[in-house]
Design a protein around this ligand. Structure first.
Ligand SMILES: [Zn+2]
Length: 328
C-alpha cells in the first residue's frame, strides 16, 4: 500500500468517544463498582490511523495473572505512529481488571472469564465483562489477537493457538511467525470461539508463565504482532523488516503427567527436541532419591512445562508437541 494512493481514514467511535484519523486517545469504559464504591473500568487505547485499513483489537490478561501480554501491548503501542498507520487498533491491555488487582486468574467469584463469552448484560460479573468486551471492542473489528501465558506455575514456549483449518486464520498465524503454531480447537465460552463465531479472524498467543515478565516471550509477541499488522497492510513498508521466521505447524500435542507424587527435577527446557521414551524429568522422594522418571510419549518439541518442583500424581508436567511439518 503506498501512501499516495491510500484513502484517508474515518473516525472510530468507542463508548461514545470519537477518535479522528491520525489520533490516539485513551477511553475508560466503566465495568462495575468494587464493594468499596470505587469504579472499575476497562482502559482502552484507540489508535486511529491516518489512512483507511483494517480495524483490529489487541487484548491481554483475560486471565488476570497473565502479564506478558500487557507488556507486549505496551511495547507495540510505543512504536505505532498514527500518522503512518493504515487502519486502527483498539488495545485493551488488561481485560480482567478484577483478577489483575488480586493477582489471580479468575474473577472474585472464581469464574473463568474465558469460559463466559459471548456473555450477557444480566449474567455474572464475568458474563457482563465478556458481553462488554464483545460489543465495545470485538464487534467493530475484523481481526484480533488474544494474549495469554501458561497457568498455575506452567510456562509456555511462544506459540500461536488458532483454528488453522481456516485459510485466513492460518495465513495470519504464519505471518505472526511464533516458533510454533498449534492447530487448536477453541474451548466453549472462550473469547476466541465467540469472536470466530461472529466472523472475526482471531489468534491466541501463549508465552511464558503467570505473574512474570519473560523478556523472550515479550519480544516474540511484539515482533509477531508487528508482523501480523504488517501482513494486513497496516504498517508503513520497511525494506529492512526482518525475514519471516518459520513457524512449526503442530497438529497434535499432549501433556505428560507425573505417575507419582514427589519433587520434580526438570532435565529439559522449552524448545528442546526430544525423542520417544527420552527421560525429561526425574521425580525424587523426600530424601532426594530418584523414585520416578517422566519420559517423552513420542518424539517432538517441549512447548510447555511446570516450574513448580512439587508434583502430585497426575499433575501435568511437560507439554510435548509432535512437530509434523514446517509451514510453507
Ligand atoms: Zn490465559
Amino acid at each position: 500500500m503506498t501512501e499516495s494512493k491510500a484513502e484517508r481514514n474515518t473516525a472510530v467511535d468507542v463508548h461514545g468517544v470519537s477518535v479522528g484519523p491520525g489520533k490516539r486517545q485513551r477511553v475508560s469504559i466503566p465495568v462495575a463498582r468494587l464493594p468499596t464504591e470505587t469504579w472499575m473500568s476497562l482502559a482502552v487505547e484507540v489508535i486511529n490511523g491516518e489512512f483507511a485499513g483494517p480495524r483490529i483489537w489487541l487484548n491481554a490478561a483475560v486471565h488476570g495473572d497473565e502479564l506478558n501480554g500487557i507488556e507486549i501491548i505496551h511495547k507495540v503501542l510505543e512504536t505505532v505512529d498514527p500518522a503512518q498507520l493504515h487502519g486502527s487498533i483498539l488495545a485493551v491491555p488488561i481485560v480482567n481488571v478484577f483478577g489483575f488487582i488480586n493477582q489471580e486468574r479468575y474473577l472474585p467469584d472464581r469464574r473463568d472469564l474465558n469460559r463466559c463469552f459471548p456473555g450477557s448484560p444480566s449474567g455474572s460479573l464475568a458474563s457482563r465483562m465478556a458481553y462488554l468486551l464483545m460489543n465495545e471492542i470485538i464487534k467493530p473489528c475484523s481481526h484480533g489477537i488474544d494474549l495469554h501465558t501458561g497457568s498455575n506455575h506452567r510456562t509456555n514456549l511462544p506459540q500461536i493457538r488458532a483454528d488453522l483449518g481456516d485459510d485466513a486464520t492460518r495465513r495470519w498465524a504464519k505471518a505472526f511467525g511464533a516458533p510454533v503454531m498449534l492447530n487448536a480447537r477453541s474451548r466453549s465460552g472462550s473469547l476466541r470461539q465467540a469472536a470466530a463465531k461472529i466472523g472475526k479472524t482471531v489468534l491466541l498467543y501463549e508465552a511464558g508463565e503467570p505473574l512474570r515478565f519473560d523478556p523472550h516471550s515479550v519480544q516474540c509477541g511484539v515482533d509477531g504482532v508487528n508482523r501480523a499488522m504488517a501482513f494486513l497492510g497496516m504498517l508503513p513498508d520497511h525494506a529492512d523488516r526482518e525475514a519471516q521466521p518459520t513457524s512449526a505447524l503442530v497438529e497434535h500435542s499432549a501433556w505428560v503427567r507425573a505417575r507419582r507424587s514427589g519433587i520434580l527435577r526438570m532435565e529439559v527446557g522449552l524448545g528442546d527436541r526430544v525423542v520417544e521414551k527420552q527421560p525429561l524429568a526425574g521425580i525424587n522422594d523426600v530424601f532426594g532419591s530418584r523414585c520416578g522418571t517422566v519420559r517423552a510419549p513420542f518424539s517432538g518439541v517441549v512447548i510447555g512445562h511446570t516450574n513448580n518442583p512439587l508434583v502430585h500424581q497426575g499433575d501435568a508436567v511437560l507439554h510435548i508437541a509432535r512437530a509434523e511439518q514446517q509451514s510453507g
